[in-house]
Design a binder for this molecule. Structure first.
Ligand SMILES: [Zn+2]
Length: 78
């Protein structure tokens, strides 16, 4: 019939109801889409065989984690 022409599409609706949808809001750790994402620095912990922390490595890259990951893994605020 007719070729797609967005300028004359009568059913075209403005996509104004996606506030902040410019980037996918998924957790950088587990990939889960969650509204409660927070920017964090991942922290790698090293333990001795007794379970005591012997070393912490703070990753410089900023990741966005969901609440579940923030409660499960060590991290630092950005
Ligand atoms: Zn997560």
């Amino acid at each position: 019939m007719a070729e797609p022409d967005p300028t004359s599409d009568p059913t075209g609706t403005p996509t104004g109801d996606h506030a902040g949808a410019a980037e996918p809001a998924t957790c950088d750790s587990c990939g889960w889409a969650d509204a409660d994402l927070q920017s964090v620095h991942r922290v790698y912990l090293s333990f001795d065989r007794l379970g005591a922390v012997t070393d912490e490595q703070h990753v410089a890259d900023v990741e966005r984690w969901c609440l579940s990951c923030r409660t499960s893994y060590p991290w630092q605020p950005t």
